[in-house]
Structures are given as structure tokens and as C-alpha cells.
Ligand binder design. Structure first.
Ligand code: CA
Length: 418
């Protein structure tokens, strides 16, 4: 069964906006994008996760608690928030098309700044690379200069993780000694290096008379899999302090279409060696603990790189004239698919999450709401982890009908009345 899903993961967003310069000049923008960042951060109540830099940023700005991504896949999520349009408009649900040719010549956020006279630059993973951004990170429309990509990112699928056998492997869990890595670095360290240098150069040119404001986007690759990070961050999370997810088992009433068989991690050597049955697993509990440790360590590592960029902003005297935005593209693994036959549409209300899985015509990009393959309804008052799908229970029939009607009327119908 081939399916993809809309609107299931959380999108993080902080805006720090005290930056309006005295003489009416335009403030700079530092736009930080973090790949697969869940709200597992100190500032969202995860006291055991060490993220001091992001926490400090959140404390100084506006923190959003109910911001959701349009789709839990890098490409569509990024194209959506960078164009301000939903996947049904950008027609990107996977990684295989460029919105300007497939859907419409939509202006992007950096393009808007560029056309308003800003110097715009992209560092690391901002647009999804490849055809989704026309093999150019949407240059020249979005950026004043070609996008920078850290050279060490080319080792993403290489055997660089030391294993207990003394050999190097392509593992999912991959704490490393940085100086023994190829090129002696890691992608996010290189991206932070580049961003710091950018801010130093901006600061130097600001001494002169030409003051062009900048929009600097910095996209960090971690904590996206594999969990490759400087090994000292592992020391923050002794395994004895790591707990299993509160709901580690397959929910009994989950429609099969809503299950993700985590094929992306199955390619890794350490996961292959576990012989996890397809599609449901389970993953051995000891390895679940290692994955959670790896995710948190990779999150703290990313936080440290965010801290380096924010420190440079301070050191260069730019903090008071720069708006800082931090956003996660989504926080779940998801399947990438060529030929979508079903689409899941979700809505959230204060109390419920309701999803309809409907047949989808990939040629016309149209869902057929008359052909519902599965439904999910979760009652957040009693089930905030969404472990009990009650859509099929007769006592919720009327609620399902009501939410279904609301979903089909779409977001335009949900706009506040004037
Ligand atoms: Ca992602």
C-alpha cells in the first residue's frame, strides 16, 4: 500500500523580534532550520535534554506551542513553509518535482527579501536539495550568491562509524571522534563555521558606508538520521538515564495505512544486524534506548552549533539589529513515495486529531473524499500520545461525521469571521 500523510508532526518555531533599528533601517534576518527536530528540548519541558542555546533563544522570543508542519517529509514541508503554501498547492508530497514548473511560480520567503533589497544567502540544508529545488537551491530566485553546502555531507552514506569490531560501518547510531572523520569535520560544524565567517564579513563591511541588510538561512542536518555526532555529547545521556517511549508498542487500532515501516533506518548496518521483522518490528528494546540516546545527543550537538552562530551574532554587534527565527521541518520519519495512491488529511482541534485516508489521483493531484480507506480519531483529553484510535467505535460516530464535514470544507472555511 502506498500512502503519504499530511499534517502529523510538530513544527517548531521561535521568533526573536526586538530588532528594529533606531534610524528606521531594515533589520537583518537569521533563519535557522533544523532537520527532523522534535520539540524534545528543554524549553518544551524536556528537562533531561540539554539544549541551553535554543532554550535561551526561546526565553527571549516568542515560542509557538501549536505550530504544525503541513507534511512530515523534508521536501514538501520545506517547500511549504518557504513558499507559504500547502502541499496541495505546491503539488509536492515527496521529493520529485520543482514547484515553479510543477505548480506555480510562487515567491519564496528569501526571494521576497532579496527583491526588497536584502543580501540573501543559504548555508547547509534550507531548501530540500535535488529536483525539489531545481538542483540549485532555487537559485538565482532566492539567493544573492550560490548556496553553501558543507563538503563533509558527502560522507552521509559512507562507512565512517567505528564499531566494536574495530572496523568502520554505515551505522544509524554513530558517535565519532571529529578529528578522525574524513576532512576532520562534520557537516553542521562546517555550516556553523561558514555562517560565523559570513557574520564576521558582514560586520566588517558594515563599518563602511554601504549597509545592505541580510537574510541568512542556516540549515542544520542533525538530529536527522544517522545519529552521527561528536562522541562527547553521548556523555550527557548515560544509558541508565534513558527510558523507552511511554508507548513503545504498535497501537492496536492503528490503520495499516498509517504505519511507517521505517525503511530508511533499516538500510543501516547496525539496524540490519538486528533482523527486525518487516513491517512492524519490533525494534529490540536495548536498541530503542540507543536510538533515543543518539537522537538526544545529536540534538545537543546541533544546539551547540546554533549557539556558535548566535554567539557570533553577539560578538559582531549584530544581535540588536537581527531578527532570529528557528524552525524544525518536522519531527518524524516518513516514507518517500513516487506514486501516491492514498493521501492522509489531518486536522487538529483543541481536543481532537482527526485523519481521513482517501484515494488520491497523482496525475491531477486531487483527493477523492468519496473513497475513504481509513480514519483515525484521537481524544487528546485522555490520549495525548495518540495510542487509541477510536474512529471505528460506534459512540463516536456522530463526532466522526462532524469532524469529517469540517475537514472536507477545508481551511478556508475555518478562517475567523470578520
Ligand atoms: Ca526533515
Amino acid at each position: 500500500m502506498r500512502a503519504t500523510t499530511a499534517t502529523v508532526a510538530i513544527c517548531l518555531l521561535f521568533v526573536q523580534c526586538f530588532a528594529v533599528s533606531k534610524d528606521g533601517e531594515s533589520p537583518n534576518v537569521l533563519f535557522l532550520v533544523i532537520d527532523d527536530l522534535r520539540p524534545a528540548l528543554g524549553c518544551y519541558g524536556y528537562q533531561n535534554v540539554v539544549t541551553p542555546n535554543i532554550d535561551q533563544l526561546a526565553a527571549k522570543g516568542i515560542k509557538f506551542n501549536n505550530a504544525f508542519v503541513q507534511q512530515a517529509v523534508c521536501g514538501p514541508s520545506r517547500t511549504s513553509f518557504l513558499t507559504g503554501r500547502r502541499p496541495d498547492t505546491t503539488r509536492l508530497y515527496d521529493f520529485y518535482s520543482y514547484w515553479r514548473t510543477a505548480a506555480g511560480n510562487f515567491t519564496t520567503l528569501p526571494q521576497h527579501f532579496k527583491e526588497a533589497g536584502y543580501f540573501t544567502a543559504s548555508v547547509g540544508k534550507v531548501f530540500h536539495p535535488g529536483i525539489a529545488s531545481n538542483f540549485s537551491d532555487d537559485a538565482p530566485y532566492s539567493w544573492s550568491v550560490p548556496a553553501y553546502h558543507p563538503p563533509t555531507q558527502k560522507y552521509k552514506m559512507k562507512k565512517v562509524c567505528p564499531g566494536p569490531d574495530g572496523q568502520l560501518h554505515m551505522n544509524l547510531v554513530c558517535p565519532v571522534e571529529v578529528k578522525s572523520q574524513p576532512l576532520g569535520s562534520l557537516p553542521d560544524i562546517q555550516s556553523a563555521d561558514f555562517a560565523v565567517e559570513f557574520l564576521q564579513n558582514v560586520s566588517a563591511s558594515c563599518q563602511e558606508s554601504q549597509k545592505q541588510p541580510f537574510f541568512l538561512a542556516v540549515g542544520f542536518h542533525k538530529p536527522h538520521i544517522p545519529f552521527k555526532y561528536p562522541k562527547e555529547f553521548q556523555d550527557l545521556y548515560p544509558l541508565s538515564n534513558i527510558h523507552l517511549a511511554p508507548d513503545p508498542s504498535l497501537p492496536p487500532d492503528l490503520p495499516t495505512i498509517a504505519w511507517n515501516p521505517f525503511t530508511d533506518i533499516r538500510k543501516r548496518e547496525d539496524v540490519q544486524a538486528l533482523n527486525i521483522s518487516f513491517p512492524y518490528g519490533p525494534v529490540p528494546r536495548q536498541f530503542q534506548l540507543l536510538m533515543r540516546q543518539g537522537y538526544y545527543a545529536a540534538t545537543s550537538y546541533t544546539d551547540s552549533q546554533v549557539g556558535r552562530v548566535l554567539a557570533a551574532l553577539d560578538e559582531q554587534g549584530l544581535a540588536s539589529s537581527t531578527i532570529v527565527v528557528l524552525v524544525g521541518d518536522h519531527g518524524e520519519f516518513s516514507e518517500l513515495l513516487h506514486d501516491i495512491q492514498y493521501m492522509g488529511y489531518s486536522m487538529r482541534t483543541e481536543k481532537y486529531r482527526y485523519t481521513e485516508w482517501v484515494t488520491f489521483k497523482p496525475k491531477t493531484f486531487k483527493p477523492d473524499f468519496d473513497r475513504v480507506a481509513a480514519r483515525e480519531l484521537y481524544l487528546h483529553d485522555s490520549d495525548d500520545l495518540e495510542d487509541h484510535n477510536v474512529a471505528g467505535k460506534s459512540e463516536y460516530r456522530h463526532l466522526v461525521q462532524q469532524l469529517s464535514q469540517q475537514l472536507r470544507k477545508g481551511w478556508r472555511n475555518a478562517l475567523p469571521s470578520e
